[in-house]
Write a protein that binds this ligand. Structure first.
Ligand code: MG
Ligand code: ZN
Length: 224
């Protein structure tokens, strides 16, 4: 990732559309990742959302429920810490930490490098926790089969309409912390409606990931 991004030397003047080259580069890599997933019969799920929305909590809930059915590997993307990886490991998940070294999203090259370090024959479900951020992960496909976006009612009522790109590409939207909706003055049904308006084929599930409420519905919505 770094090699190609650094070509746009900060402060230098350039007229070429670097953006399209970079996009194509990562799209090709994402395609290769997908080919690898399919070759090894791995279902890959990209889990995105803001910091604190509940991405790690979702994975902590998914791992114990799915570990008898699938051989699960988890990639935990984080800018610097291993907090999330440690939490997921405590639930019995095999976790590979992807430290992005300052980047605010995962990209397909980071995933390709991580894939080279796990036993693909011994994995049939890969859960990828993206970096906590609702903006640029939307522009960096990883090659995953499904994209899950986790939002929390504590983020306010406008998360969907303020992040159209993220929600247009979503397969499943998880609205978390519904136990706090009333206190926050946020209507989860309105958020769900916004998500469906943005992407009519999206599946929306309301959860309280502290108690595990809604997790079985998330599993169904993802198709696991
Ligand atoms: Mg997390
Ligand atoms: Zn980013």
């Amino acid at each position: 990732m770094a090699e190609i991004v650094r070509k746009t030397d900060p402060g230098s003047v350039y007229e070429i559309d670097m953006n399209s080259d970079v996009t194509k580069y990562f799209e090709n890599l994402a395609k290769k990742n997908r080919e690898l997933f399919d070759k090894y019969n791995i279902k890959a799920i990209d889990i995105m959302g803001s910091i604190g929305s509940g991405k790690t909590s979702l994975i902590e809930n998914l791992v114990p429920r799915l570990k008898d059915k699938y051989k699960i590997s988890v990639f935990a993307g984080d800018i610097t810490t291993t907090i999330d990886a440690d939490r997921i490991e405590s639930k019995g998940g095999k976790v590979l930490e992807i430290s992005t070294g300052g980047e605010c999203h995962l990209d397909a090259l980071m995933i390709a490098k991580a894939l080279a370090r796990i036993d693909l024959n011994n994995t049939d479900l890969l859960l990828i926790e993206n970096v906590g951020n609702l903006i640029c992960p939307a522009s960096f496909p990883l090659g995953s089969h499904k994209r899950v976006v986790v939002i929390s009612v504590t983020e306010g009522p406008y998360m969907v309409i303020k992040h159209p790109k993220m929600f247009i590409d979503a397969d499943v939207v998880v609205i978390n912390k519904i136990d706090l909706a009333e206190a926050m003055g946020v209507d989860p049904d309105k958020i769900a409606e916004d998500a469906v308006n943005m992407q009519p084929r999206v599946k929306v599930v309301k959860t309280n990931l502290k108690t595990g409420e809604g997790v079985d519905e998330v599993i169904k919505a993802i198709g696991l």
